[in-house]
Ligand binder design. Structure first.
Ligand SMILES: CC(C)(COP(=O)(O)OP(=O)(O)OC[C@H]1O[C@@H](n2cnc3c(N)ncnc32)[C@H](O)[C@@H]1OP(=O)(O)O)[C@@H](O)C(=O)NCCC(=O)NCCS
Length: 174
């Protein structure tokens, strides 16, 4: 049974479906900050691409071709989403994904929280969820590329810029 089918047929069942994919409710503090309605995390990768596009639009990201977004999600090691649940309605309010060599390294991409839900501790909760999933898979080296305005957000989660002087380097086609 798919995650949402399980959730809606029995809201209490969310913790009993862990063997098919990992879902968790955020702690009570985060729920309170989100107005008391349940916030749920999922690693289910069947994300509605239009809903994801809407979320990315809301933070002003440039649009990307959906067929490529679909491919990126399919080939990601981890897809994490954060949902607000109200009765039978669910709303995608956060997203992140990670690519990996499945052994040592993972890189986190596309971290986003809907503006209406920002500054409530949910970005931090989403990142902690992602890191927990990666640690479960015994990935020990986690990297990401931070936009300049969010460096402090990631530092607050323990990420370091240029550890031991190591520089991220980029190549772009001319
Ligand atoms: C970056 C983002 C994911 C943070 O999510 P959020 O839910 O607002 O963050 P939180 O409320 O969990 O903040 C956690 C901590 O980080 C800090 N923080 C959040 N955004 C920050 C920022 N832009 N700069 C510095 N600190 C920031 C908060 O003050 C908070 O600090 P505290 O733990 O000391 O209280 C969210 O602002 C977002 O989606 N931005 C647009 C998309 C984006 O830029 N993504 C990153 C691409 S690299």
């Amino acid at each position: 049974m798919g995650f949402w089918k399980a959730w809606f047929s029995n809201p209490e069942a969310v913790n009993t479906t862990k063997n098919t994919s990992v879902e968790e409710k955020v702690n009570a503090t985060a729920n309170n900050r989100a107005g008391g309605t349940p916030i749920v995390f999922s690693t289910e990768r069947e994300i509605d691409l239009y809903e994801l596009e809407e979320l990315c639009d809301a933070v002003g990201w440039s649009r990307r071709p959906l067929r490529k977004v679909k491919k990126a999600i399919e080939h990601s090691f981890l897809v994490a989403s954060m949902w607000q649940v109200r009765g039978t309605q669910k709303r995608l309010i956060g997203f992140a994904r990670a690519t990996s060599d499945h052994a040592f390294n993972a890189t986190i991409w596309d971290v986003v929280v809907h503006p209406e839900y920002q500054s409530k501790g949910l970005g931090k909760a989403l990142m902690k969820y992602v890191l927990k999933q990666l640690r479960t898979e015994e990935i020990s080296n986690v990297t990401l590329f931070a936009d300049p305005h969010v460096v402090e957000f990631y530092q607050g989660l323990g990420f370091m810029s240029d550890p031991e002087g190591i520089k991220g380097m980029f190549w772009y086609p001319h």
